[in-house]
Structures are given as structure tokens and as C-alpha cells.
Design a protein around this ligand. Structure first.
Ligand SMILES: Cc1ncc(COP(=O)(O)O)c(C=O)c1O
Length: 373
């Protein structure tokens, strides 16, 4: 029997191979100039990425978690404020709220789209709420028009957690331009990934951007003047140079992710045991992840592994059931939709270089497992 090659979950080497020389040249130029912090590539990337997001300002920072923390911090919310978000996200979203001294108030997701549920948000809004973090989960934008409508005139700021959604759009506008401020991660496996940790804050508000820049650069307001107690979280010149090379190819890579997602959708169409999040007509996803729901998730994942197909889970434990967030006082049963998703979610291989044949093989393996033909 011929053994088929394995299908990895992501393949960064395949992503970098065709642009390797360009990446090498960009890195060499940084080494030659030896301006490793605040070098020219940083400002160049910041302006290119702000334009890409259809926004005005971008501040490069150390990673996506810092981007969230700095965005929250720069908003200057009142002491004791609560920040609403969903339990269906990477812990960094809630972590950033706690680390900046605020309290996460969680609201459930929509059982169909798996995104923040505007009805739950309406129920969660109250006088203590200072901001909402809308997570664009799996690269699919949260329902930003309805969120905007709910927050209009309330003074509650909307922060986009766009860590998984570079290039995604809602009702024709790119993420990063949809809320008051947005946080991006450039963790290597993201749609736009650096060669290490990196992130950015994007906002149309120049003053807010300046506060973020200052907070992430030791509160600096001049060479030897420090206006506020800040911290050190800056985008490296080397990472900025790498990101500039990759940004030029992001749309092409996202288009390929969409084509792969369409193939998965049609390939799994007649497998009733597997369900997919319902697509919001206004949302243009960039499919950072391709997650499906399945009652026998763990058994299916094991079976796929045995067939050489790697999978992931995003995320098997919702935020409110993580030991780190025990103090929030939530328990099982508080967010039934988030809990059901966590129990059933399975992420299939997804990266732009994934060949059509591999997508077919994943679908066929799942179909055979459930006995569909
Ligand atoms: C939804 C979400 N928010 C925030 C982050 C944090 O980004 P970083 O890992 O760059 O700190 C991530 C990264 O995995 C994420 O997926």
C-alpha cells in the first residue's frame, strides 16, 4: 500500500519558499543599516498597514496581546469599568482586560454564527460598561453594524480584536476601520505573520494612536521626557521589514483561503454529522481557521490523525471555565452556546498553500468516517 503524505495543520515553510529571496534581502537590509528599533521599515509598515485597513493610523507593538492592552489603556476608561467580550476567544482577549485593571463581563455567542450575539450584548450593557471587545473569530468579522447600532450614543467604545482577521471586511469595510480602535497580532501563523511575536494597534483617531505610541514607548514625549508611566512594547525593524514583504501578498493568500473554505463547505455539505458556522451575508471572512462542529469531535480528530491529517481546537475550554478566570465567578451553564461550541469545535487544515487535492482528501476521510458517499 502506498502511504499518503501527511497533511499538516499549517505549513509556514511552504508559505515562505516562493518569497525567500525577497525576505532574505529585506532582513539583510535591516542588518546592514543596524537600526533594529524604530528603523525606517517600522514607519513604512505602519503607514502601509493603516492604508490596508482603510484607516488612518497604525502603531506597531510587541504582540497582539500588548496591542489589546495598549488599546484598552489608551482609551482611559474610568476606574472599575467593565469590558464586555465573549467566552469563545483566545484567553488573550480577557487577559488584556484584567491586566489593564478592568473586569471582563462575558456575553454568549450566537449559536449559528459562533460570533458575538448582539442580543446578548444588549442584555450585557449597563452603566459600568466602558468598552466592548468584538472578536473577529476565525477570520470572520463580528456583526459590526448591529454592534455599532447598539453602542451608538452610549459612550461605550468598541475595540476590535482583529488578531485573526487581517483583510476581512464587514458590509464592505475592512476590519481595523470598524470600531474605535483595533488590535492585530502578527504571530507567525496568523494570516499576516512575522518571524516572531509582533502586533499593531489601528485607529482613525490620531490622538488615541499617539497615546498608544507613548504608552508603548516608556511614556516618552521627547528624548528625555516621559509624560506617563508607560512600558516597552514596540514593533522591531526586522519584523516590520518581513511584514512589508508579506503584506504585498496578503490579498492573494486570503483569496486562496476563501477558495479552500468554499471547497470544504461543498465537500462536507452532505455530512449531517458535521456542521459549520452559518455565514453572515455582510461578512467577508479571511478564514484564519476553518472550524467545524461535531458531536464526536475527539474521535474524529483521532481518526484524522491516524490518517495523517493534523487538526486543531479553537478553543476547547471557553474563557469562563479557565482556572485563570475563576475569580470572575462564572460556572458551567452560564454560556451554553459558547460551551457547546467548545465541546464540539474542530479546526481542519487551513493555509493558502494547501493543495485542492489535500482538501478533497480531508473531506473524503470525514465522509468515509461517517459512512457518507
Ligand atoms: C483572538 C486573539 N486575540 C489575541 C491574540 C493574542 O495575540 P498574540 O499571540 O500576538 O499576543 C490572539 C493570538 O493568538 C488571538 O487569536
Amino acid at each position: 500500500m502506498i502511504e499518503l503524505p501527511g497533511i499538516p495543520f499549517v505549513d509556514l515553510a511552504a508559505h515562505h519558499a516562493p518569497i525567500r529571496e525577497e525576505l532574505d534581502r529585506a532582513i539583510d537590509a535591516v542588518i546592514d543599516a543596524s537600526q533594529f528599533v524604530r528603523g525606517p521599515a517600522v514607519a513604512e509598515f505602519e503607514s502601509a498597514f493603516a492604508a490596508y485597513c482603510q484607516s488612518e493610523n497604525c502603531v506597531g507593538v510587541g504582540n497582539g496581546t500588548d496591542a489589546l492592552e495598549l488599546a484598552i489603556d489608551a482609551l482611559g476608561l474610568p476606574r472599575g469599568a467593565e469590558v464586555i467580550t465573549t467566552p469563545t476567544t483566545f484567553v488573550a482577549t480577557a487577559e488584556a482586560i484584567v491586566r489593564t485593571g478592568f473586569r471582563p463581563r462575558l456575553v454568549d455567542v450566537d449559536p449559528d454564527t459562533w460570533q458575538l450575539d448582539p442580543r446578548a450584548l444588549r442584555g450585557g450593557l449597563g452603566s459600568d460598561v466602558g468598552a466592548v471587545i468584538a472578536v473577529h473569530l476565525y477570520g470572520t468579522p463580528a456583526p459590526m453594524v448591529e454592534i455599532d447600532r447598539l453602542l451608538e450614543g452610549s459612550g461605550v467604545a468598541c475595540i476590535e480584536d482583529a488578531a485573526q482577521a487581517h483583510g476581512a471586511a464587514y458590509a464592505g469595510r475592512r476590519v481595523g476601520s470598524l470600531g474605535r480602535v483595533a488590535a492585530f497580532s502578527f504571530y507567525p501563523g496568523k494570516n499576516l505573520g512575522a518571524f516572531g511575536d509582533a502586533g499593531a494597534v489601528v485607529t482613525a483617531d490620531a490622538e488615541l494612536a499617539e497615546r498608544v505610541r507613548r504608552l508603548g514607548d516608556h511614556g516618552r514625549a521627547g528624548r528625555h521626557r516621559h509624560e506617563v508611566v508607560g512600558r516597552n512594547s514596540r514593533l522591531d525593524t526586522m519584523q516590520a521589514a518581513v511584514l512589508l514583504v508579506k503584506l504585498a501578498r496578503l490579498d492573494e493568500a486570503n483569496a486562496r483561503r476563501r477558495a479552500i473554505a468554499a471547497r470544504y463547505r461543498s465537500g462536507l455539505d452532505d455530512v449531517p454529522e458535521v456542521d459549520l458556522p452559518v455565514e453572515d451575508q455582510d461578512a467577508t471572512s479571511v478564514h484564519h481557521l476553518f472550524a467545524v462542529g461535531c458531536d464526536v469531535r475527539d474521535a474524529l480528530s483521532e481518526h484524522l490523525r491516524g490518517e495523517g491529517i493534523a487538526t486543531g481546537m479553537h478553543y476547547p475550554v471557553p474563557v469562563h471555565l479557565q482556572p485563570a478566570f475563576r475569580d470572575l465567578g462564572y460556572s458551567r451553564g452560564d454560556f451554553p452556546h459558547a460551551e457547546r461550541i467548545a465541546d464540539r469545535t474542530l479546526s481542519l487544515p487551513m493555509y493558502p498553500e494547501l493543495p485542492d487535492g489535500a482538501v478533497e482528501r480531508v473531506c473524503d476521510t470525514i465522509r468515509k468516517y461517517f459512512g457518507a458517499h
